[in-house]
Every structure is written in structure tokens, then in C-alpha cells.
Write a protein that binds this ligand. Structure first.
Ligand code: SIN
Ligand code: FE
Length: 288
């Protein structure tokens, strides 16, 4: 079962003790969720209007591109909205420096997203349906083995929690689907990249991760019967999780910030816990 490890951090730039840093590192790499129950992201009076879900275009996310600082996914191109999301990106970077300093030299900053749309009742394709248990893997964004570390903060103004389901360990998921995983078709990753379907090369690792993601989501019996529990993340709290490793599903909630980081496995304390190394061990082959 996915454990929740809490740390009493209250400010984004709060100095963390070596013990807190070690606790966070071990918990994350071990597949737990690090909960920061008192780490809120207060909005100022002028920002409250951005909680309006109609500001988001068809998708669920308003997101900041770290490469060029532009905001995508909103018809409202106002600088104050961009500024709010940018402030969350800076706050996240500051927390990372304090809580996970050993990751700083290797970590890469991904998108920062603001999700003002209610999760419950949203209609999407099964593949994009995050109310089904899954590990994160995205068709157009291969990671080639890099870790996906995400920070979330619930900013719902009505006291509504972000309700997640948390599933079994990564190794449990991988063992469950091992018999039905197929090898990539030879040459297919070059074709996908040449056609612009993937932003970079889909490695054998990405191929297997995408199969895990898809097979979990498509499997109604697994969704119902897999070991799992419900976790409520209340407004005013933040949490960190390796979403490529931890089986998760977002069931309900509205108004969330999320920052993505990518970490090459050499930057980890124990790379043997990474999905790449676990899959390589189970499949008895290298996957890069
Ligand atoms: C997800 O990563 O599957 C969605 C998380 C959320 O929006 O709460
Ligand atoms: Fe996810």
C-alpha cells in the first residue's frame, strides 16, 4: 500500500533539517507520497478571479512552458494569470532546494500547471481519463528513463479536498502486467519521431511504460480489484510524488497547482528503485 509520509513544512523557502531531507528522499524513492499538510499557496485578492474554470480552454490545464515562459491553455492571456503560475513555479523551485538539495544539480524543470476545472464528471477518452489508476507516461513526451517527480497544491476556496486513489507498488503493477507486455516493433520509435508524434525518441523504456499506463486504464477489473485506498488532500496542503512509480487516480476536486520535474536516474539516491531499473530487472534486458 502506498504510504503517506508527512513533514511539518510551512513555508516555501523554509530551511529543512538533514533529517527531514533524508526522510523526504527515502520516502519518495521508496514509492511513498510526501505530504506537506501545512504548505499552502495563498492567492491574493486580485488572483481569486482566476479560480473561474471557464478560463481554461478545452483541456484541463493552464500551463507555463519553462522553455520560454509563455502560458498555454487559457483564452485569458493576462499577465497577472501568468504571474500567478510563475510564482508557483518559483515557490516549487525554492521548496526543492530546501527539501531535496541532492536533486538540484541534475533535476530539470518541466511544466507548471494550474487546474481550475472540476475533475469529477469530466469526459475524456479512456486513455486521458485520470480517474483510472495509472502510472504516468505520455505518448508525445518520452522520458527515456528520467523520473517524473510532481508537486501538487490544493487551492480550492470552498474547503473541497483533492480526492485520489492510490494503488499498489510499481513492482506489483509491473508484475501484474508482465505477461501481456509486448516488445516495441523494430524501427517504430524512429518513425514516431520522424512524424512528429513524439517530441524525442520513444525508448524501449517509454514503450513499456506507455503499455503499463494504457493497460491499467483499459482494465476495468484491475481498476476495481487492485489493492488501493482513498486519500483526501485538503486545501492548504501540498504533496510530492513520483507519478511514474506510484499508481494513482484523481477522483474529485477542483483548483490545483502542479509542478513537474524530471530527474535522470543518476541523480537519485537509489536508482534501483526507479521504474527503469525495476522493469529491466523483471524483463531481464536493458531498456535504454
Ligand atoms: C494525475 O496526475 O493523474 C492527475 C492528478 C490530479 O490532477 O489531481
Ligand atoms: Fe497521473
Amino acid at each position: 500500500m502506498t504510504e503517506i509520509v508527512s513533514l511539518p513544512i510551512e513555508h516555501w523557502d523554509q530551511a529543512c533539517s538533514p533529517q527531514q531531507q533524508d526522510t523526504a528522499l527515502q520516502a519518495l524513492e521508496g514509492g511513498s507520497v510526501v505530504l506537506l499538510p501545512h504548505l499552502a499557496f495563498p492567492l491574493d485578492d486580485t488572483e481569486l478571479r482566476f479560480l473561474d474554470p471557464s478560463l481554461a480552454d478545452a483541456g484541463k490545464n493552464i500551463s507555463l512552458n519553462p522553455a520560454n515562459g509563455t502560458l498555454q491553455g487559457s483564452r485569458d492571456s493576462l499577465e497577472p494569470l501568468r504571474g500567478m503560475v510563475e510564482r508557483y513555479a518559483q515557490s516549487s523551485a525554492s521548496l526543492l532546494r530546501q527539501l531535496l538539495p541532492s536533486y538540484v544539480p541534475a533535476i530539470q524543470t518541466g511544466r507548471t500547471s494550474f487546474r481550475p476545472v472540476e475533475v469529477e464528471g469530466r469526459t475524456t477518452s479512456w486513455r486521458k481519463d485520470d480517474t483510472r489508476l495509472h502510472v504516468d507516461s505520455f505518448p508525445s513526451s518520452p522520458t527515456q528513463g528520467k523520473r517524473i517527480l510532481r508537486l501538487f497544491t490544493n487551492v480550492n476556496p470552498e474547503g473541497r479536498p483533492r480526492t485520489w486513489r492510490l494503488g499498489e507498488s510499481f513492482e506489483g503493477v509491473a508484475r501484474h502486467y508482465l505477461p501481456s507486455l509486448h516488445r516495441p516493433v523494430w524501427g517504430s520509435s524512429a518513425v514516431l519521431q520522424a512524424l512528429g508524434i513524439t517530441k524525442s525518441k520513444r525508448s524501449a523504456y517509454d514503450h513499456f511504460m506507455l503499455q503499463l499506463h494504457d493497460q491499467m486504464k483499459a482494465d476495468a477489473s484491475y481498476q476495481a480489484k487492485a489493492p488501493q485506498h482513498t486519500q483526501q488532500f485538503v486545501p492548504g496542503s501540498s504533496w510530492l510524488v513520483y507519478t511514474d512509480q506510484v499508481s494513482h487516480a484523481a477522483m474529485a476536486g477542483q483548483h490545483l497547482f502542479e509542478q513537474t520535474f524530471y530527474l535522470p536516474i543518476d541523480g537519485m539516491s537509489d536508482a534501483a528503485t526507479s521504474p527503469l531499473r525495476v522493469l529491466e530487472r523483471l524483463l531481464r534486458r536493458t531498456l535504454v
